[in-house]
Design a protein around this ligand. Structure first.
Ligand code: SF4
Length: 271
């Protein structure tokens, strides 16, 4: 079978599978770019199961991009609490402020100029909400496409391959690949016997899973999260740090970082 026929049949099979078994996710009820932006930023470093309730709370508090543009910092961070990497919330609000003032950018390049929006998030929003014909390449897509190609793909080779095989509409194809990567084509034990495109997959074992994230317990990230939660609850910040057996120096360092990033204001809290 020639490459074009393979691409057409594989994408056809993939999209039929997706139509029948797509995950029921709240941000998929619409192609409005605002919920797509919120969900994609939340999903950048957080699992789907943890994002769902936070996404619902976020949309209940700030149903429109103009609402989020005016969200108070404490309320914003309280709603975000539990998702981690809290600077994402501030950048998301900054992006909303720019959109509220200037409307949505009209290109992938323009979307990438928004705070917190990288190439993947821009491509996801562009393809799902604005009909851009472009693949949204993240680690899931990288893994699945490497297995299709039969070799580990990265950088420009990955980009070229993704543009060569992308199906239409690209927004649906991207979401189908996300679901395939999340449910069947998983890093360690892909379920090839249930895969809709196994007929055209070259090498399931080709992809090396990325190294696991460093331990959360005892990390600087754990301390920062605890201090921020204490701040939002109006509790003593140093006590919260001591509860984790952290030294004064560690606590001060973490507080300075949180303050520099605009996540807390120690001067106000200490008054
Ligand atoms: S056949 Fe296996 S390795 Fe290939 S795409 Fe499907 S699940 Fe992934």
């Amino acid at each position: 079978m020639n490459p074009t026929a393979v691409r057409v049949e594989r994408n056809d099979r993939l999209l039929k599978w997706f139509n029948a078994s797509a995950r029921d996710l709240p941000w998929r009820q619409t192609v409005d770019p605002y919920p797509v932006l919120v969900s994609e930023v939340m999903l950048q470093q957080t699992q789907v199961s943890r994002v769902i309730p936070k996404f619902d709370a976020f949309m209940a508090n700030w149903p429109k991009v103009t609402d989020l543009a005016e969200a108070p910092t404490d309320e914003l961070l309280r709603t975000w609490s539990g998702l981690g990497y809290n600077r994402r919330a501030l950048r998301l609000r900054e992006a909303s402020q720019l959109i509220a003032a200037n409307d949505w950018p009209d290109s992938i390049r323009g979307l990438m100029d928004l705070p917190g929006v990288g190439p993947y998030t821009a491509a996801a929003i562009g393809s799902i909400s604005f009909g851009e014909d472009t693949p949204a390449v993240d680690t899931n897509l990288k893994r699945v496409l490497s297995r299709w190609a039969g070799e580990p793909l990265d950088g420009s080779a990955l980009d070229a391959y993704a543009h060569d095989v992308v199906g239409h509409p690209a927004g649906t194809w991207n979401q189908a690949l996300m679901d395939l990567g999340a449910t069947l084509c998983t890093p360690k034990t892909p379920e090839c016997s249930r895969c809709p495109v196994s007929e055209w997959c070259t090498q399931p074992a080709v992809y090396e899973p990325p190294p696991r994230q460093s331990r959360f317990e005892g990390s600087h990230r754990q301390l920062r999260g605890a201090l921020l939660r204490a701040h939002l609850a109006g509790m003593d910040l140093h006590e919260a740090g001591h509860d984790l057996d952290r030294s004064e120096a560690e606590i001060d360092l973490a507080l300075s970082a949180l303050e520099a990033e605009g996540l807390i204001n120690v001067a106000i809290q200490d008054c």
